[in-house]
Design a protein around this ligand. Structure first.
Ligand code: ARG
Length: 586
């Protein structure tokens, strides 16, 4: 569907051409002085010099042409040569009715692209902590946004399931339970189907083993040996590794479920392993691989570089693969499986160099097609109030579950202050609202920036917060329910606005497709957040200034109900894109 602003601009373009000017000068923008007008066009200013005319004269020529257009309530030239535009309420209401009828509120579905999105990135057998939170939260939102516009999107958690941590766990397990069949070299039977550890044991084993390896050289060596054996396919270690994977993934799934994050694929670094030998061979055949200080590397320098980009190390001197090797092999696999138009990665900004190197090798070696877009979305750190990376009170790494619990507890207190629902309902609701507080607190910042995790601010029901947005939705739902208790809503039309705050709400809603398409193209959830804050403010202003349910004019009342129902639809679509939902009451 044409964007509202495009309709206005089209009319202006025609007028500019009619007056003998190029249409590119007819650009229309939202007014930066909403107290004076709703839209503006500054083209006359830019034209003045070339045409040796006063800008106001040009603006007046344009006004002469368009002044009777029915889309304008008022259009005027003001000194020194701006064109100020106010929209006709009937024209606006027509557009509002058009988007109200449309399932995607006027968003156009693009030619669908196949997009792999690599996010989450948890490491198996290590607890999920806040460091992985942002990747999951931002990635989930970007996935939903891309899907909303009709793309074929494949979300892959890309687990860290193949590295030294596996060798460490196996080695520690061998010390603790040497009698397990996995450590009996003469054992030839089937391996047990039950894992020899629980998730809590597993989570305790890893830090213990990791600590040991830092102090005990021989332990470390054993861990490296075990890792190598596992990677070479030694059956008992493969069997143990499968157990580690299963137990850990079950726990990860639960955590991601609690975050309302879900993946289409549960692949990991290990899945790329079989692709490595051929890929290395191919790099060699293309003459891209050379030896440097014992390792095999690929040069990735480009002429336009302004800083040093070191060669990408693809193989260590002992033949072992590295993080970059695994990511390159994963691209080989993704090309084969999905032939994607775009692959998006989400990690914190410290991995920027890694992805620059990997992307360059992938292009240079034709691992991906020339026109495959490889995108790295980096995010900043979640800091505590002290401005340092967020930690628990005793300085440890905060586990995600605890973080979610803390924020739900804060919301619970606030809900209980109102005392309008039972304790049990407050508990349930605080989970839903807490998640919104957490996600909105994160997503409302531009991803690349650091932000301060502030539980009091995030859980507040006022201001630019998740709970405020939900509170607004709940308020609308409650009005709609009350109306529907006594009326049937058969006429789904909105009448032209009769007061300023009603028109303002319509103007905000008329931008839906413009804002959302733009946010999706820029992969920028923070723009969706800014927009729902704007809708919520516009709705609340309208709500405070208007008698909705007690309006005596039934037609008007019904129109209000349709308008706020559209506002609810817009808000609900947006929060779904952000990855959270609204309760019925709060
Ligand atoms: N497991 C990695 C980490 O914790 C993140 C993986 C990101 N994805 C990727 N394809 N490299 O740092």
């Amino acid at each position: 569907m044409k964007k509202f602003i495009e309709l206005i601009e089209d009319t202006m373009k025609e007028a500019f051409v009619k007056a003998g000017y190029e249409e590119k000068f007819a650009k229309v923008t939202l007014s930066n002085r909403p107290d004076l007008c709703e839209y503006q066009c500054n083209g006359a200013m830019a034209l003045a010099k070339a045409h040796k005319k006063a800008p106001i004269a040009i603006a007046n020529e344009i006004i002469e042409i368009v002044k009777d257009e029915k889309m304008f309530d008022k259009i005027e030239a003001v000194m020194p040569g701006f064109i100020n535009i106010n929209i006709d309420s009937e024209f606006l209401a027509e557009y509002i009715n058009d988007i109200y009828k449309d399932e995607k509120l006027g968003c156009s579905v693009n030619e669908p692209k196949t997009i792999v999105i690599d996010y989450g990135g948890a490491n198996v057998a290590k607890p999920l902590h806040v460091g992985h939170l942002r990747s999951a939260v931002i990635g989930e939102s970007i996935k939903r946004m891309l899907k909303f516009l009709g793309n074929n999107v494949i979300g892959d958690v890309h687990l860290g399931d193949w590295g030294l941590q596996m060798g460490l766990i196996i080695t520690e397990l061998k010390e603790r339970q040497p009698d397990l069949v996995y450590f009996d070299e003469s054992y030839e039977g089937e391996y047990p189907s039950e894992a020899p550890f629980t998730i809590s044991e597993l989570e305790e084993i890893y830090p213990c083993a990791s600590g040991k390896s830092k102090q005990d050289e021989s332990f470390k060596e054993k861990a490296h040996e075990a890792t190598l054996k596992l990677q070479q396919g030694y059956p008992p270690y493969r069997a143990l590794w499968k157990h580690i994977l299963n137990v850990s993934i079950k726990d990860l799934k639960m955590n991601y479920d609690n975050l309302n994050v879900s993946f289409d694929l549960w692949k990991g670094e290990s899945d790329a392993d079989p692709y490595i030998p051929d890929m290395i061979k191919d790099l060699k055949n293309q003459g891209l691989l050379y030896e440097s200080q014992g390792a095999m590397v690929v040069d990735v320098v480009e002429e336009t570089d302004t800083k040093e980009i070191p060669p990408c190390i693809v193989q260590k001197s002992n033949g072992a693969a590295l993080y970059a090797t695994s990511d390159l092999a994963t691209l080989v696999q993704r090309e084969q499986d999905f032939n994607p138009d775009m692959v998006v990665y989400l990690t914190d900004k410290r991995q920027e160099m890694h992805f620059t190197q990997v992307f360059r090798v992938a292009k240079k070696a034709n691992i991906v097609k020339d026109n495959t877009e490889l995108k790295f979305i980096s995010f900043g750190t979640m800091n505590g109030k002290d401005g340092k990376p967020f930690k628990t009170r005793d300085g440890g790494v905060m586990r995600l579950e605890h973080l979610i619990k803390d924020i739900s507890d804060a919301v619970y207190e606030k809900i209980m202050e109102n005392r309008s629902v039972s304790e049990e309902e407050a508990r349930e609701t605080s989970k839903v609202v807490g998640l919104a507080a957490l996600k909105y607190g994160d997503l409302s910042n531009q991803a690349s920036k650091d932000y301060v995790f502030d539980i009091d601010r995030f859980s507040s029901f006022e201001g630019n917060t998740g709970p405020y947005i939900l509170y607004t939705i709940v308020r609308i739902k409650s009005i709609l329910n009350k109306y529907l208790e006594e009326n049937k809503l058969t006429d789904l039309s909105v009448l032209p606005a009769s007061n300023a705050s009603e028109k303002e709400l319509m103007l905000v809603l008329s931008k839906f497709n413009d804002v959302i398409e733009n946010a999706v193209n820029e992969l920028a959830p923070h723009k969706v957040c800014a927009y729902i804050y704007e809708i919520s403010n516009a709705f609340n202003k309208f709500y405070h200034e208007t008698k909705i349910l007690s309006c005596e004019d039934e037609d008007k009342k019904r129109s209000y109900i349709n308008l706020i129902s559209l506002a609810k639809n817009a808000l609900e679509i947006c929060i779904d894109l952000l990855g959270f939902a609204a309760p019925d009451r709060m």
